[in-house]
Design a protein around this ligand. Sequence first.
Ligand code: PMP
Ligand code: PLP
Length: 537
Amino acid sequence: QSPEKQQKAIDLSHHLSDVALARQTSPLKGLARFFGRPGMISLAGGMPSPDYFPFANISGDALVPESFAITANQSESSLSWLWKLFGGSGRKEKTSTITIPKYADRPEDINLATALQYGMATGLPALSKFINEFVGKTYKPAFSDWTTLIQTGNTDGWSRVILTLSNPGETYIVEDWTYPSAMAVTQPYGITPVGVPMDGQGLRSDELRKLLGEWDEAARGAKRPHVLYTVPVGQNPTGLTTSVSRKKEIYDICVEYDVIIVEDDPYYFLQLAPYSAKFDRASSRVDPTESDKWLSGLSPSYLKFDYQGRVIRLDTFSKTIAPGSRLGFFTCNPRFAERFERAGETSTQAPCGFGQSLIGQLLTTWQFDGYVRWLHGLAAQYEARRDFLIDALAEEFNLKQSLGTTGAWAGLTVLSASAKPRGLAAMSEKFAFGQQPYFSLVPPTAGMFLWLKIHFENVRGFKEGDEASLEIKLWTKLAEAGVLVGPGYYFGTEESARDSAAEGHFRMSFSLATDQELKKAVEILGEVVRDFFQNPE
Ligand code: PMP
Ligand code: PLP
């Protein structure tokens, strides 16, 4: 819908928790409207003079947006005319200097006198303006009065969201394997996750409808959940991405049952082309698209379908700039944003001024197109890393190339969607490794994780129900041999744990280790796994 025809968000204030409704406007807010008025002599705040801030200015050498190649052909060396040898990393890097003065010539420019001073929980105006424009151009929300608000990363974002929407004793919906820290946020408040299964297309809409439609308040001891927490792209831990048609179905179900969708989406810009086998790649891999086309080709956010304002999107700079920046933002309806701002005023206040000013200056220097080019380069890096790790696994477990069949491996077992009825076992396009497979996985099309389903039923002497203990045993053996992976049970909900056939997973990330380390890790995995399936004791 064109922006002129869009409707404002509907009134969703009945979702607010008791705590959210009880929050008062900060007592200092009344003063704020007078701050910055020309000629005003302020004796009101406990603000130190900027003269006492021990930084006269801050400057840094920032990488240029083109630092990482976006196509397989455009090797990094073809860009190396740009670069000088940088630091101790041995990588050639081209940099440009950004500087933040203590006092700016124009007050709207980022300056330390403002950034390091007390300020509003809404953060630096120049940074929030960049964020707001970025959201409008990138996600194109379908309601008119959407707004953005800075936070200190999605952990903070989610924590504010759940306390704003839920009272103790309530439940909320999650994918039935999910990010453990998200559950850890709500656990001490007695706010409990309820898992819904996924398949190769992400969260299952039929299962979501069933859960909501058949919810029995008396049996469950809680009213029907009114919040869905979802990681739709490169899901943590499964690496799965919810398809566009699923998103539409899920959105419509959430309208029907009046559910707020919380979209925690750190991996949105790490969307990757589908995996194809190494021998088949050269033809499919070359991607000459411009960065703006790349951006508009990404799978849309839930915001794109959100004509009612019931989506709260959480973005973070953790995976696109650096986790230590502790910076991110909400996109949501103005009523919710106002309550999140109040919650911020009494906890984090504005995010750290050093981080805000450095990232604000970086982004306003790069500008929209530069940042998009940076993100595109990152996606290409992660794609190469994913391919490298899956290639190495294929080699270690002797998946032979089969010429002519696009993306397939000879001797590969593709588990059919109907073989197992439930959860991750029901995914199609699963690659199995080993003759009687040791494990299988769905090559992710986003993010930084492989999710290995370990086929413990093929372990010598296996008895039903052994999965959980075998998972810990194998995990320990791997760790002792020098490879640390995420054990599946970390990510489980009550629902996934209840079905022992759904158990037995490892999460492997390809985001950090070097190619050499990944290769070594795969060799160790191969040795340990082969041995373990013969001698599980
Ligand atoms: N406690 C007291 C007693 C204060 O005077 C102030 C600042 N005026 C604060 C807390 C706020 O501290 P901070 O800036 O570390 O959040
Ligand atoms: N949400 C998900 C799904 C994540 O995978 C992560 C990081 O691993 C986070 C949130 C943490 O984000 P932040 O660093 O922005 O707090």
